[in-house]
Structures are given as C-alpha cells and as structure tokens.
Design a protein around this ligand. Structure first.
Ligand SMILES: [Zn+2]
Ligand SMILES: [Zn+2]
Length: 307
C-alpha cells in the first residue's frame, strides 16, 4: 500500500485526498443547501406531490426528446430497430395527446393522493440526505424487484382471456417510440406502478431516493421504447441489460420478452427463444449487434420449442 501511495504521490495523486473527496461527494453535502432551501420555502405536501409530478413530467418528456430528434436526422435511420417502420408526427401527436390527458387527469390526482399514503408509510424529505452509495444500491435492488414483478404481471396481462381488456392499449404501437412507454390502460398503469414502488417500500423512507429511483426507472422505460439500437446502449456495457432491442421485439411480435429491465427471467422461463433465434440471424446479416451474457456463454441460437 505504501509503495502504491508513493508511486501515486510521484504523479501528484494522494490516496488520502482521493478518499476524502469520495466521502465528501458520497455524503451529498454539496446538495444540502439547495435541499434545505426547498424545505424552508415549500410545504411537505407541495414537495412530495407537486414537485414529484413536475419531476416526472420533465424527466419523461425530457428523456424522450433526444430520440424524437433522431427521427428527423436521416443518418440515424440505420440504427432504427424496425427499419421498415418510420415514426410519423400523426402517430406521435396522437400518443402525446392521450398521455397528456392521462398525466393530468389520472396521474396527477393519484400523485396528489399519494402524499397522504407516503406520510403514513413514514416517507420524509427531512435532512440528513442519504449517501449516494446507499441510493445507488437501493436503486439496483429496486430494479431487480421491479423486474421480477413486471415479468409476471406483464405475462399475465398477455393471457388471451384478458389481453383485449387491458394490455391491448399498450400494444397499439407495434413499432414503439420513447413516449409509448406509459401509453397504457389506467388499470395497467396502476398494477405495474406497484412494481415500481416495491423497492422504495422495502428499502427507503427518503424522498431523494424515491426521486432518483423515479429518474433511473423512467430512463430505462423510455429507452426500452425508443425504437433505436444505438452503439452506446447500456446492453453493450451491462451483461444482462435487456434494453430497446429486447422490448422492441415484444412490441413487434406481441409475445415473449416480458421482462422490463434484465434478460434473466425470459431466459430462465424460456420466453425469449424466438427472440434469440431472430437476433442470431440479424447478427449474421450484420443488422444488429445485440447480444447478452446468455448468448455469449450458451450460444445465441436455442432450438425453438415444437408447439
Ligand atoms: Zn406486452
Ligand atoms: Zn412496451
């Protein structure tokens, strides 16, 4: 350790300074004055409900805008997953209007009412703030919980007897684009919303963690529906990350690939066989690079089940 320290010092790097900087950043002290100003100037009701709603709107539409821009730059057409289907403004505008209606008349009242429920559960915006590392691991576990719950509820919503009553709405767009993520029947929004809340319910009582989790969860779902296989997609860096290619296939075929975040459960329960065969073919043709841990270790082509 001393040798390492000495070598780093020679290059002007001090381990103890690095450690102190890490602890400083991890404590989120730099955020405290702004958070305190928010607590001093607004009631807890406004912070928990109104600010959460505004944050949701800004994130949801803000995360989609870069993908909307891509639709109008011809260079990016080669990254479109379903290349034969181009996004058009009438479809986008119809989806946008339905979403704005849902957000204002369904989600906003739900969020306003949730203030009471969150307080009852002990959620607070009070100081001290949680550590960044705490927020990070809690978001990771929330992803895992949400993914398993989502897989089964989503698979259940595809059950032929009930599909047409609820989940059919979300599948109106066979070639999804960012904001189709929340284009769904209110019953679906409610049931799948429970999965999103599972992590916070078990792991945290601080509003900041809830907001960060909302941000990463929204990023994941808007990205899943973006319709593009971009070279810097998280699938390239995280071995089990499903990403847009995985979920796009679900929209195209209306079957299989039920999970939202990771590829694990579809692989374990065998609901991704058609997808993996199709992807292996696309890779051979050079039109897709998508491949995950299971492809690399067990091979991309699995035998399709004989019906
Ligand atoms: Zn579905
Ligand atoms: Zn979808």
């Amino acid at each position: 350790m001393d040798v390492l320290n000495a070598t780093l010092l020679e290059h002007g790097i001090s381990l103890s300074t690095m450690e102190a900087t890490f602890h400083e950043l991890n404590s989120l002290k730099f955020l405290e004055p702004y958070w305190q100003a928010m607590l001093d100037n607004y009631s807890e009701f406004v912070i928990v409900s109104v600010f959460t709603f505004i944050l949701h709107e800004v994130l949801y539409f803000g995360l989609w805008i870069p993908y909307l821009v891509l639709d109008y730059i011809p260079y990016f057409a080669k990254y479109k997953i379903q290349r034969n289907k181009t996004n058009n403004w009438p479809d986008t505008s119809r989806c946008l209007k339905a979403l704005l209606f849902n957000h204002v008349f369904i989600q906003l009242p739900m969020i306003l009412c949730s203030d009471y429920g969150l307080r009852l559960l002990g959620f607070t915006a009070a100081m001290p703030l949680p550590k960044a590392t705490t927020i990070a691991w809690q978001c990771l576990v929330s992803y895992a919980l949400e993914d398993f719950y989502f897989y089964w509820i989503h698979r259940f919503l595809h059950w032929k007897k009930i599909y047409k009553y609820v989940h059919k709405v979300h599948h109106e767009y066979a070639a999804p684009f960012g904001i189709t993520a929340e284009y769904a029947h209110p019953i679906e929004t409610m049931f799948l919303g429970i999965g999103t809340f599972l992590g916070p319910l078990f792991l945290t009582r601080h509003l900041l963690t809830l907001w960060v989790w909302l941000a990463v969860r929204l990023y994941e779902t808007v990205d899943d529906h973006c319709g593009y296989e971009l070279p810097f997609s998280l699938t390239s860096f995280i071995p089990f990350w499903a990403g847009p290619v995985h979920h796009d296939f679900h929209h195209e075929k209306f079957d299989g690939n039920y999970a939202s975040v990771f590829t694990i459960w579809d692989w374990v329960f065998g609901t991704d066989e058609a997808f993996r065969i199709a992807q292996a073919e696309k890779r051979e043709q050079g039109v897709s690079q998508w491949s995950d841990f299971f492809d690399k270790v067990f091979g991309g082509k699995k035998k399709a089940k004989v019906a």
